[in-house]
Ligand binder design. Structure first.
Ligand code: GLV
Ligand code: MN
Ligand code: MN
Length: 425
């Protein structure tokens, strides 16, 4: 257990707010050391010390509300609240506990904390459903440590290619140094075990705020491609090498970044391309870079649109590398198809939102979520919460506690209505 840093519900809420407010406060508490690897802002990468500390804290909160808690071979944390019959198939509520670097507090943890609060509401009323409720805290949604993403939900969904586990972080630490890769796929669940997956998440965009609504039902998640690009030129003296004699891996990278932007800007509005990491290994002010590397993330609602854009971008990259006489390597890090949410669960979530006193509203997700992976295993649903200014992947991320209360009420109504549907006739 975490020592000297355990955050109790009473400490966080001062014994006052209800579940949604407590969930928000707990997310804020989890944004600080020891739950962050950095004293300046929140960074919590897969399997880091902060990751383990946050899991221990979550485990304590899960146990507090009557869940049995376990960690699977992919280092997901799972709390289970039994249904009326022990061992019944489960409704899974989940999201991720890892973060991007310099993250906001709510992207991921809020969905886990709201799941725990939904179980708290059941257990305090001694309510047992015709199904179990499990809360999953997934580990590698963001891909902020290893050149991969969603490894742990892929393990659960049973779609993980074991070759994807052969990854090292920026410091050269292999995933296999931290976990037993031979048992990793045993985190898989079977379809008959899970009746549905529900993920609550901040919208990470401005649509709900603009509509003046707290909640939205997600219709589907955009398709994603992610690449790592490496460029090789010739390292040289910044003072003595004439401009026309250079093979500069930084200027080549800069031209490629702008080419990616130009291709995406010329496409439909939901087509987006992002270079989020640029690196110059051994870079120095007086050295022409001999090597550079960067990431490329391309997304669109339609996988064909995404693929055409990625092809066009990579063609431009090859043309630039050829003209500048640079070597270029391209590694595809992941390919996630667009993931529609389940129509019947969308209807149920709309009905639950209405029962909770809010206007149902539907929207698509440009951000990726573990839900898109879980869709291979079971029907999925996502509930979006309004976040201030649509800001996310930024420490300024903000959720109003009242909106989290609304989400918790909608989740509770969803559980109740799903239960009513599954009662024996
Ligand atoms: C996760 O936040 C993603 O959309 O990349
Ligand atoms: Mn994120
Ligand atoms: Mn997220």
């Amino acid at each position: 257990m975490v020592t000297g840093a355990m955050v109790t519900g009473a400490m966080v809420t001062g014994g006052m707010g209800t579940g949604g407010t407590r969930a928000v406060a707990r997310c804020a508490a989890l944004a600080l050391p020891p739950f962050s690897d950095s004293a300046e802002g929140l960074t919590r990468t897969y399997l880091s010390p902060a990751y383990h500390a946050a899991q221990e804290q979550l485990a304590a909160w899960m146990a507090d509300v009557g869940m049995t808690v376990r960690r699977d071979a992919a280092a997901n944390l799972i709390g289970r609240y039994e249904g009326r019959a022990a061992g019944a198939p489960a409704l899974v509520i989940g999201s991720h506990i890892d973060s991007v670097r310099n993250a906001g507090a709510y992207d991921g943890p809020l969905g886990i904390l709201l799941g725990i609060e939904a179980v708290a509401a059941l257990s305090s009323g001694r309510v047992r459903m015709p199904f179990a409720v499990e809360v999953y805290a997934f580990g590698d949604e963001e891909g902020s440590r290893f050149p991969a993403a969603m490894l742990t939900s892929r393990a659960v969904a049973g779609t993980l290619d074991p070759a994807a586990l052969d990854v090292r972080d920026r410091d050269g630490v292999a995933l296999g140094d931290l976990l037993d890769l031979a048992t990793y796929p045993s985190a898989a669940r079977t379809a008959g075990d899970i009746i549905a997956y529900l993920e609550a998440h901040i919208e990470q965009g401005p649509v709900l705020e603009a509509a003046g609504l707290a909640l939205g039902t997600v219709t589907g998640i955009a398709a994603q491609l992610r690449f790592e690009i490496g460029l090789t030129g010739t390292a040289g003296h910044a003072g003595t090498t004439a401009m026309d004699l250079r093979r500069d891996a930084v200027t080549g990278m800069a031209e490629m970044v702008l080419a990616a932007e130009a291709v995406a800007t010329a496409g439909p509005v939901d087509l987006v391309a992002t270079v989020g990491v640029v690196e110059v290994p051994a870079g120095a002010a007086n050295v022409i870079a001999g090597r550079s590397r960067f990431t490329l993330d391309v997304r669109a609602g339609d996988a064909a649109v995404r693929d055409r854009a990625a092809d066009a971008i990579l063609r431009r990259f090859r043309e630039i590398a050829g003209r500048r006489d640079l070597g270029m390597s391209v590694r595809q890090v992941h390919d996630l198809p667009a993931s529609p949410c389940d129509p019947a669960l969308m209807d149920l979530l709309d009905a639950a939102t209405a029962e909770a006193g809010h206007k149902p509203f539907r929207l698509v997700s440009g951000a990726g979520h573990d839900a898109m992976i879980m869709a291979a295993l079971c029907p999925t649903a996502m509930l979006f919460l309004r976040c201030r200014g649509g800001v996310s992947h930024n420490p300024a991320e903000h959720v109003e506690p009242a909106d989290a209360e609304a989400a918790l009420e909608a989740i509770s109504c969803f559980i109740r209505q799903l239960g009513a549907q599954r009662e024996p006739a």
